[in-house]
Design a protein around this ligand. Sequence first.
Ligand SMILES: [Zn+2]
Length: 167
Amino acid sequence: MYSVTKLVTFCYGHRLLNYSGKCRYLHGHNGRLEIELSSERLDPRGMVRDFEEIKRTIQQWIDMTLDHAMLLRKDDPLVGVLRKQKQRLFLMGDNPTAETIARIIFTHIQNLGFPVTSVRLWETDSSFATYRNSSPRTKTSRLRRLPFSGLERSPRRRIRSVATPVS
Ligand SMILES: [Zn+2]
């Protein structure tokens, strides 16, 4: 298995709801992303993906949507105030922790068609969160496994097993 990792940096602000630590206050980070793409085969150029192509597409999206944005949970009472002030917002369904930000970036890169295997977000010099695929064929193997696991009789469990982050 080959893999390449691209580093991307971006600045963001956030705060956490339902949280008693100091991250409940608005504050910012100089985030550093390590985006890993993997492939069992190289393309005719001998690459997993061209670093330039990764930079062009992924970095551009991060620059346009996340960089210098305030990442907030969509029901945060500050959303209305900041919107009126024409602040740059990126709204999320979950609390904007390093874990959920990494997952959102992972999903976006995957939707762009890149063979992403992990996204690591360094929130500080000593703390990072990683979201990764447990297996490159996760989707297929899960579907194949379902009929034999008894989970088809328990829709609630099946939904949860598909939706649970695998980090
Ligand atoms: Zn923070």
